[in-house]
Design a protein around this ligand. Structure first.
Ligand code: ATR
Length: 275
């Protein structure tokens, strides 16, 4: 008997932790599945996806730079994927239709609230960045009913576009957009969703955004403290967290969507942290 087949698709893909995470989930839950990594050619993501499902594949995770293409390619989308404008999770529904989901925002909220005990309701949140990564998390953050959610970005127009898109979901949350230099009061939580640290850069933020109770979350992760988190610690942030937990939590949610079983994430986060 063959194991059910899953994979992560991206370009490049050799660095991906997803095969390791999902094999740990599979052995923990006793689910009989195989999870591999596929490097799709930049010009033929669609061909790789179709080929995978034609070979009997059951589900795909999608990573950089294909998340928007995955969203476009799908025949139907879950509500959270629709709003995110990108998909990290694909599967065939009961009628064989290619379905796009997005578990990234769920992963972030789960990591913040369950793993780190951070309350989001009635707090003031600052989100840095307005690219694809941020668009995927705004809906799930708003669902936690913060008092205020400010999106600050280098290109203000992109932050304003996100505010317009999510205004109907804001409820009582004060949702606003601005440039980095316009924020200068302390926030309860600051989430860095820019790719600035990939270039070793910092968003030009006033130290005033960090108060003694400020919690900082960098959606990036690395073995060492990220550039942004180090800056926040230097300004006196109370706690800083990186995105490793978000990575494992989004994977767990994909696993649940595919298999109907939610793995225990704590031992997996622990194991990856010690790798
Ligand atoms: P991703 O999918 O990682 O979100 P993206 O859509 O290219 O990638 O978005 C990258 C985000 O990081 C954007 O918010 C970008 O700001 P702009 O919209 O002004 O381009 C932000 N970013 C990238 N490099 C940055 C830097 N050096 N300083 C500040 N912000 C930066």
């Amino acid at each position: 008997m063959h194991n059910d087949l899953y994979a992560v698709v991206g370009h490049p893909i050799s660095h991906s932790k997803s095969p390791r995470i999902h094999s740990l989930f599979a052995s923990q839950t006793g689910e009989a599945l195989e999870y591999t990594a596929i490097q799709a050619p930049l010009e033929d993501f669609a061909g790789s996806v179709r080929g995978f499902f034609a070979r009997g594949g059951m589900g795909l995770n999608v990573t950089v730079p294909f998340k928007e293409q995955a969203w476009q390619l799908a025949d139907c989308r879950t509500e959270r994927a629709e709003k995110a404008g990108a998909s990290n999770t694909l599967y065939l529904d009961a009628h064989g239709k290619l379905t796009a989901d997005n578990t990234d925002g769920h992963g972030l909220v789960q990591d913040l609230t369950c793993n780190h005990g951070v309350t989001l309701a009635n707090t003031r949140i600052l989100v840095l960045g307005a690219g694809g990564a941020v668009r995927g998390v705004i809906g799930p953050l708003l669902a936690q009913r913060p008092a205020a959610l400010t999106i600050a970005n280098r290109t203000i127009a992109r932050a304003e576009a996100l505010v317009q898109l999510f205004a109907p979901d804001a409820g009582t949350t004060e949702l606003s957009a601005c440039g980095f230099e316009q924020v200068d009061k302390p926030f309860d939580l600051i989430i860095n969703g820019t790719s600035a640290s990939l270039q070793g850069d910092l968003p030009p933020l006033s130290a005033n955004v960090i108060g003694t109770d400020t919690v900082v979350y960098d959606m990036m992760y690395s073995l060492q403290t990220t550039t942004f988190n180090q800056w926040a610690l230097d300004q006196g942030a109370r706690h800083v967290f990186d995105g490793l937990g978000m990575l494992v939590e989004q994977a767990a949610e994909s696993f649940r969507v595919w298999r109907g079983v939610r793995p225990d994430t704590a031992p997996v986060i622990e194991e990856l942290r010690n790798d």
